[in-house]
Design a protein around this ligand. Sequence first.
Ligand SMILES: Cc1cc2nc3c(=O)[nH]c(=O)nc-3n(C[C@H](O)[C@H](O)[C@H](O)COP(=O)(O)OP(=O)(O)OC[C@H]3O[C@@H](n4cnc5c(N)ncnc54)[C@H](O)[C@@H]3O)c2cc1C
Length: 343
Amino acid sequence: MPIEKVGFEDSLKRLVVPDLCVGCGSCVAFCPVKCLEYSDGLPRLVGKCTECGICFQVCPSCGPPTEELENLVFGRERKIGEEFGVHRRVVVAQTTDERIREVCQDGGLVTSLLMNALEEGLIEGAVVSCVSDEEPLKPLPRLVTTVDEAIECAGTRYTYSPNILAVREALDKRLKSLAFVGTPCQIRALRRMEMIPLKRYASALKLLVGLFCSESFTYEGFVIDGIKRKLGLDPKDVKKVNIKGKILITTMEGEVRTLSIKDAKRYSWNCGHCRDFSAELADISAGGVGLQGWTLAIIRTERGEEALKRAEEAGLIKVRPVEDEPKAYKILVNLSKKKRLRG
Ligand SMILES: Cc1cc2nc3c(=O)[nH]c(=O)nc-3n(C[C@H](O)[C@H](O)[C@H](O)COP(=O)(O)OP(=O)(O)OC[C@H]3O[C@@H](n4cnc5c(N)ncnc54)[C@H](O)[C@@H]3O)c2cc1C
């Protein structure tokens, strides 16, 4: 596909100014001349742009239509009735690893997949999101290369983490095989990058794990205003945040405080135009959808199938058919339809 030659300043006019930039960082990560920098959730021009057009081509907020990307990834477009995108099968899974169970968000499937891939030497590293030491609950992109590091990064932060920035770090460190964990917009950006194709990056990414996402929040809004000011909790005293019908904030002492999802809408990250709930272009997508202690997984590609099978064969996860959890499946369908209509 010929690359549309457009410089970053044009991209900026088309995307950032009209408020379409989701702040995923893909333009910054893949700029071949490193003329962009990421700050305050947005890309900024800090060097000389050669107008190669890559920043525009990897942006998840502009074309091509999803069908083209589906053809690239799956060799076909979704069929009527595939409300949450092209897939092979849907299951629910749970980790058997005690350390992961302690810190994971739902069933610990995501971290178990990374653990298995690292232990079997299928990947040299994984790009995930960790928590800042200085600002508790603030997510930061992170490249991990050991199982202990992957476990340290388990759990969900509902504020936006531009994980793609750490893909650049991995490639700069010459890692050749990586897993990536991220939100639907980030998975889309990586598929766009594959489409160009940027071969060095595309060939290193061996497994894309997408996280379901109704929406993401700003740190200043959700953590500082919501958790700190409204609930009077110090972010460093928060053990876990989860969303199950409402926002549940569990403190280190085990107390559970709540925020309503409706109230938290005002803290939304700038991604209101996104139509993808279940990371429809991932190899494997994961979400909690109302489950307690289990992760619902959509297996979409052969790579996703292989990753799940290996983790199961290694005894790292238990897997059950989604038919055991009709309520969770219904939530998946409903949230996918709702987000599709919203976009
Ligand atoms: C912003 C956001 C919104 C979500 N919204 C929904 C929803 O509406 N419905 C639903 O069913 N599920 C949602 N999820 C997914 C859900 O919270 C779990 O991540 C998923 O069920 C996997 O659970 P697990 O126990 O298998 O993952 P774990 O084993 O705990 O691993 C989670 C992985 O996610 C990474 N991660 C954590 N925070 C972020 C972040 N902000 N951005 C990118 N990566 C991150 C971690 O580094 C870790 O690798 C959301 C996730 C995020 C990040």
